[in-house]
Design a protein around this ligand. Sequence first.
Ligand SMILES: *[C@@H]1O[C@H](CO)[C@@H](O)[C@H](O)[C@H]1NC(C)=O
Ligand SMILES: *[C@@H]1O[C@H](CO)[C@@H](O)[C@H](O)[C@H]1NC(C)=O
Ligand SMILES: *[C@@H]1O[C@H](CO)[C@@H](O)[C@H](O)[C@H]1NC(C)=O
Ligand SMILES: *[C@@H]1O[C@H](CO)[C@@H](O)[C@H](O)[C@H]1NC(C)=O
Ligand SMILES: *[C@@H]1O[C@H](CO)[C@@H](O)[C@H](O)[C@H]1NC(C)=O
Ligand SMILES: *[C@@H]1O[C@H](CO)[C@@H](O)[C@H](O)[C@H]1NC(C)=O
Ligand SMILES: *[C@@H]1O[C@H](CO)[C@@H](O)[C@H](O)[C@H]1NC(C)=O
Length: 366
Amino acid sequence: MVKVVHFSCLMVAVVFFGINLTEAKYIGGYYWSGASIVLKCDNLNASLLTHLYYAFVTANEDGSLTVQNAQKGYANDLLSLKSSNPDLKLLFSFVADNNGSFSKVVADKNLRKTFVDNALELVQQYQYDGIDFDWEFPQDKDKVNFTALLNETYTEFKKYNYQVTAAVRAIPVYKNSGYDIPEVVKYLDVINIMTYDYFGSWSNTTGQNSPLYPSSLDSAYEREYLNIEASIKNWVEAGAPKEKLAVGLPFYGRTFTLADPTNHGVHAPSLGGGSPLAPTYYQILKNYQNFTTEWNDEQKSPYKYSNTTWLAYENERSIAIKTRYAVENGMQGVFLWHLGCDDIYGEYSYEKQVLLHTINKVYRNK
Ligand SMILES: *[C@@H]1O[C@H](CO)[C@@H](O)[C@H](O)[C@H]1NC(C)=O
Ligand SMILES: *[C@@H]1O[C@H](CO)[C@@H](O)[C@H](O)[C@H]1NC(C)=O
Ligand SMILES: *[C@@H]1O[C@H](CO)[C@@H](O)[C@H](O)[C@H]1NC(C)=O
Ligand SMILES: *[C@@H]1O[C@H](CO)[C@@H](O)[C@H](O)[C@H]1NC(C)=O
Ligand SMILES: *[C@@H]1O[C@H](CO)[C@@H](O)[C@H](O)[C@H]1NC(C)=O
Ligand SMILES: *[C@@H]1O[C@H](CO)[C@@H](O)[C@H](O)[C@H]1NC(C)=O
Ligand SMILES: *[C@@H]1O[C@H](CO)[C@@H](O)[C@H](O)[C@H]1NC(C)=O
């Protein structure tokens, strides 16, 4: 009996004072230097982030590294943000071309060493705080040596107290995923699960870009893999500690072309993508004002449609719900792709960087 009383007191405390919520501390933002409109760092409120990822650095097949858009100086500019937020962690996010080049690096002990040495030098040269692996995607044959690379990177980087993180695929994680999950999680400080792109131009029906929960119209496969809740569950069941996992929030939408404009719900037949394929949140606020807007309460995301165009997206409400989900579930927190998609100047919102502020409000109102 006593135990039961204590237990419910604790639950009450959690509900009222949000004990769980104080645990979450992570808000990661990707800064994409290749975006058509690049966010100037003067317009970035650094106190709204804990981690900032410079995207991207290309990992070449000889183990050398190329900072994309280096000549534009963004990677240096970001360093100035530490004056307003000294705790901000700056990380370089690595991509590999999808041509098998990084598989070669990973499969060769000497190239791995070259890569790690170069990565360390890069971080030191720019006075950053670590690196992020955004390899889309390792395959089954890469699994053993990708683990080795992460081990070697982590071992070296921790000598300097640098961070090592990764952006990983959401679906599916079991088969041929390229990650030895129980092993790789040991070598990563944060695991950014890319919980978006569940449905898009490649889908034969409409669907949310980043649904929190399944739809009652989902197939068994969709229920099991194509929503945030399922991805978290799959990663945890495969051996990832929930407290290292971060939910990915897309600051962009996905368009579809309806087969029949009168059939415009979720799971309506789709003929492919619309144009543009992935409008930013800013473009959505600006260009889709005449569309009919619906709230998909089952999946906690909005969508819009007009004639044959259908748009899945996120807004303040859905971003707040998903942030709260991450925080209440004892996860590391959330990250977003990418900062430049937000309504940066607040042209269509009541404040600047409105989606990023929305995330922060959820953390603050704990
Ligand atoms: C950054 O955001 C914080 C939290 O909302 C706010 O207090 C601060 O004034 C903002 N800074 C700037 C320069 O806008
Ligand atoms: C694959 O991409 C990498 C990185 O851009 C490049 O260095 C390499 O030359 C490419 N390899 C092939 C075979 O195309
Ligand atoms: C893994 O790396 C080792 C050491 O470089 C190499 O001998 C081996 O062939 C690699 N394994 C695979 C599957 O690439
Ligand atoms: C990395 O791998 C080595 C060799 O398998 C192992 O001894 C070591 O414990 C691993 N490093 C960490 C940080 O776990
Ligand atoms: C739609 O795609 C799913 C999954 O790829 C497939 O199982 C289904 O048969 C397709 N439906 C139609 C109507 O083409
Ligand atoms: C909204 O619809 C009106 C009337 O059809 C049209 O003139 C206007 O350009 C549309 N605005 C947008 C942003 O599409
Ligand atoms: C709806 O879209 C179709 C196909 O693009 C087009 O032919 C038609 O004129 C559009 N109808 C309206 C009312 O805009």
